[in-house]
Design a protein around this ligand. Structure first.
Ligand code: KG4
Ligand code: ZN
Length: 332
């Protein structure tokens, strides 16, 4: 089954053609960072306008690169939410128009379910159910128990900032340009992760929830102090990153101590983080649990994961194309 994926939930205009939920024949993502960088964050209005300008060409590009055409695809998978409403409607309206014109099924996909299926892409083996996903992106941070393609439970989520947001805000405090996560990761490689003991959030008993705002505030107060003004930014970056990764790994560990999972997967933009990847691999070899981390191009927002989710979750009808609307707050 050949599916065209369309993802426009935030600031990446992404399209892809995926066979049977795993073989990525093409995946195109045009990042809009240059348009948002000077504002220090994503401007929703600009994001929607860029999607309008880029999406049609991105669809043709994905089909061309895959050697596919509108005639050979079996359906269209589109992100219906959650995300920026102005961005979502561009993808949803385009996908509806295509499905209507082509008389092909339309799959409405939850963006976060897409991240759950990113670890399935371009892999000979897929994660065996039940598995645990640490979903850490710029907009979301949560732990998900995946019992099957359609049965997933959120075990814990952030009370405030998402992990990627914490990276981006802390990077900004360190004077790094937006989006700061990858830059902070690079800076931290030259720093000492034990130079400063920034706070690690502890959830209430029994909770697997996360919180990063206290950590970010603590870095800010430190940087404004006398010691902070003289500190090596690489040490601050490394120490901040150590705190984030400690918290994430503590939740993974706690989740595994409560239930049996056959694998651990990490997804979302922060899954590209070098320290987090090293920690997960280390944890998985110590605990003898297989680990699935997608390559960076599938960690960040992409349309291949949306097409994959559609394949595994199934059940689209042509009639869906007529009634689908975008939902900025689509629940998990
Ligand atoms: O999944 P994603 O593309 O967007 C959302 O759906 O939110 O994630 C983007 C986030 C940004 O906050 C970015 O700074 C962060 O992922 N990120 C990283 C790294 N690469 C991307 N954070 C830490 N280390 C990285 N290497
Ligand atoms: Zn995302």
């Amino acid at each position: 089954m050949l599916l065209l994926g369309i993802e426009t939930s935030c600031d990446d205009t992404a399209t892809a053609v995926v066979r049977d939920g795993r073989d990525v024949l093409s995946s195109v993502a045009t990042n809009q960072d240059e348009f948002h960088a000077k504002y220090g964050g994503i401007v929703p209005e600009i994001a929607s306008r860029r999607h309008v300008a880029l999406l049609s060409a991105a669809v043709e590009d994905a089909l061309d690169r895959a050697g596919a055409s509108f005639a050979t695809i079996d359906g269209i998978a589109v992100t219906a939410g959650p995300g920026l409403i102005g961005s979502l409607v561009v993808g949803v309206a385009s996908a509806k128009a295509l499905a209507f014109a082509l008389r092909k099924p339309l799959y409405a996909i939850n963006h976060l379910h897409g991240h759950v299926f990113a670890p399935f892409l371009d892999r000979a083996e897929t994660p065996p159910y039940p598995f645990l996903v640490l979903l850490v992106s710029g907009g979301h941070s949560q732990l998900v128990a995946v019992e099957s393609a359609t049965e997933m439970t959120v075990l814990g989520r952030t009370h405030d900032d998402a992990a990627g947001e914490a990276y981006d805000k802390t990077a900004r405090l360190l004077g790094l340009p937006y989006p700061g996560g990858p830059q902070l990761d690079r800076l931290a490689r030259d720093g000492n992760p034990t130079a400063y003991a920034f706070p690690r959030h502890r959830p209430a008993d029994g909770s697997l929830d996360l919180s990063f705002s206290g950590l970010k505030t603590s870095v800010r107060y430190f940087l404004e102090s006398d010691a902070g003004r003289d500190a090596d930014p690489a040490d601050v970056a490394a120490s901040f990153q150590a705190a984030v990764v400690d918290v994430l790994m503590a939740r993974v560990d706690a989740a595994f101590s409560r239930a049996r999972y056959n694998a651990v997967a990490v997804s979302g933009g922060v899954a590209a983080n070098s320290r987090l990847q090293a920690a997960v691999h280390d944890w998985s070899s110590r605990n003898n649990v297989p680990v699935f981390i997608p390559p960076p191009k599938y960690c960040t927002d992409n349309a291949a994961m949306i097409a994959a989710a559609a394949f595994y979750q199934g059940s689209a009808t042509f009639a869906d194309a007529m009634t689908l609307s975008a939902d900025a707050n689509l629940p998990f």
